[in-house]
Design a protein around this ligand. Sequence first.
Ligand code: NI
Length: 246
Amino acid sequence: MAIELTGEQIEAFHRDGFLALPALSTAAEIERLRAVYDRLFAADAGQYGGDHLSLATADADGRQRLPQIMNPETYAPELLETEARANAAAVAQQLLGPDITRAGDHAILKPPRYGAETPWHQDEAYWNPGFDHDAISIWMPLQEATIANGCMQFIPGSHALPVVQHRLADPDAHALVTLDPVSTETAVACPIPAGGCTIHHCRTLHFTGANNTDDPRRAYIMGFSAPPVKLPEPHDYHWQRVEWTA
Ligand code: NI
């Protein structure tokens, strides 16, 4: 049975630009997904298809501090047949309307102790500037997510902002960061259990801290989009014209 959000949850999402849910999947499914996830990262899935994009520079020992696999379902089609996905799609319809499409999955790993932070950004800053987007990311950790291992943090209400100026966080990595530092007094951290999720709008400012624990922090992210609105003149997302080397 798919999740049905309460009126209060829907209202909170539209007011704050994010929402946390305690359970998108079951413990048994999360255990299976964790095995698939670890297999994909162990095999460097996507390395030759352009789907393995690092979000931070390697450390002094050459270790990837924030490896990311785009479109993991290409390498493990069983990821398309999960209870988590059915629930995520149901939630997306309730938040974005009936006319949603999948907007891409990705998996971001923060290795124990040396997993790097993901700097403050809006997801839409990465996307096609010829459109205004109305989309969400459903971020599901495959173990408990805490402040210590890098749970999601949000600025409430920031989804009402336009896409702010961004820059490349590092010339050798594939992450954007806001040009002006984000004022974090109002930031809300969202620790959640394994198989829970946070949901954020593509304009909501968000961040995850470094992983300061002895266990990996595995996050699986499912994107959903309402039809984007084509603009007569594209936005000037100049940060997208800098060449990515990683
Ligand atoms: Ni993001």
